[in-house]
Design a protein around this ligand. Structure first.
Ligand code: CP
Ligand code: NVA
Length: 332
């Protein structure tokens, strides 16, 4: 890569533990400043993207990612340009190479939601402006910055330079997917343990396990990854229970097969009790939620922080766009 190549955010794996910590801290700081004060945008953000356009190429639906990134860009005075799959030639009728060159010649950044991760990696390879992954089949970094902000709010941010999350335990019950992979990578970096229960045939692929193990090697105080087929085993001693849909976008034709394979994996209060979660356990889900993976009683219950987690997507997007677009990848 040339010394002038922009820095991209394609996965939490692209961040050092200190950088991930800073992105979460900055998100917290911006949330606090904007929500608790007069509502004014801090001067470091105000007009930071004035006169600039950010292309948002989305080949799949989105509520939270679209609204939070458009909102973040608007907060900084920039113009988000949403380009859905029927609007532009994203890998259809035109190569990703050509699209990357054209988009980056006219914009300050590209926020891209794609199917295969190679699509966003290709865009990044050829783009002359920063590319931010807004979800691929492998990673969802903006979600994970918001998730660690949410966890840090429940387990208050320590005053030291770390987030003070070391030793917490996350239990992921359900499908091994894009959200899990970046969450596990982030957990390794922040010293958070994560135990993952998936049904047979739906485990973390070997290559991804290697990526997660590598993330652990980047941290002076790494978290541990534990895998099991038994939800109760994963839940034992967990502070936070997390899941996501069993049928990700693009897997719709496998719906019947998946619903059958994941029987017994629905998060309920009864399962949390049987598994021996900590008394203070909380529940997280990136949304959109489907009824199978979590009972209404947990999802809408007092332990659930899912709507706070959704709101935190805005603060995470502000933090990430500030770092990668305004500050050109300098995370401080
Ligand atoms: N969590 C999340 O990324 O939601 P959307 O698909 O609605 O953007
Ligand atoms: N795993 C889900 C996440 C959506 C935000 C999907 O890829 O559809």
């Amino acid at each position: 890569t040339s010394p002038f190549a922009p820095r991209h955010l394609l996965s939490i794996a692209d961040l050092t533990p200190a950088e991930l910590t800073t992105l979460v801290r900055n998100a917290h700081h911006h949330k606090d400043a904007i929500k608790s004060g007069t509502g004014e945008v801090p001067h470091t953000l105000r007009g930071a993207l004035a006169g600039k356009t950010v292309a948002m190429t989305f080949s799949k639906r989105s509520t939270r990612t679209r609204v939070s990134t458009e909102g973040a860009i608007a907060t900084m005075g920039g113009c988000p340009m949403f380009l859905g799959k029927d609007d532009i030639q994203l890998g259809v009728n035109e190569s990703l190479y050509d699209t990357a060159l054209v988009l980056s010649s006219m914009t300050a950044a590209i926020v891209a939601r794609v199917g295969p991760h190679s699509d966003v990696a290709d865009l990044a390879k050829h783009s002359t402006v920063p590319v931010i992954n807004a979800l691929s089949d492998l990673y969802h970094p903006l979600q994970i910055i918001a998730d660690f902000l949410t966890i840090a709010e429940i387990h208050p941010l320590s005053s030291s330079t770390s987030l003070g999350l070391e030793g917490l335990k996350i239990a992921w019950i359900g499908d091994a997917n894009n959200v899990l992979y970046d969450l596990a990578i982030g957990a390794m970096k922040l010293g958070v343990d994560i135990s993952v229960a998936t049904p047979t045939g739906y485990e973390i692929p070997k290559e991804m396990r290697t990526v997660i193990e590598h993330a652990a090697s980047t941290s002076p105080r790494a978290g541990k990854l534990i895998e099991t087929r038994v939800p109760e085993d994963a839940i034992k001693g967990a502070d936070i229970l997390v899941t996501d849909t069993w049928v990700s976008m693009g897997q719709e034709e496998e719906t019947a097969k998946r619903l059958k394979a994941f029987e017994g994996f629905q998060i309920t209060s009864e399962l949390a009790k049987r598994g021996g979660a900590k008394d203070s356990w909380s529940f997280m889900h990136c949304l959109p939620r489907h009824p199978e993976e979590v009972s209404d009683e947990v999802f809408y219950g007092p332990r659930s922080v899912v709507f706070r987690e959704a709101e935190n997507r805005l603060w995470a997007a502000i933090s990430a766009i500030e770092a990668f677009v305004v500050n050109k990848g300098k995370i401080q």
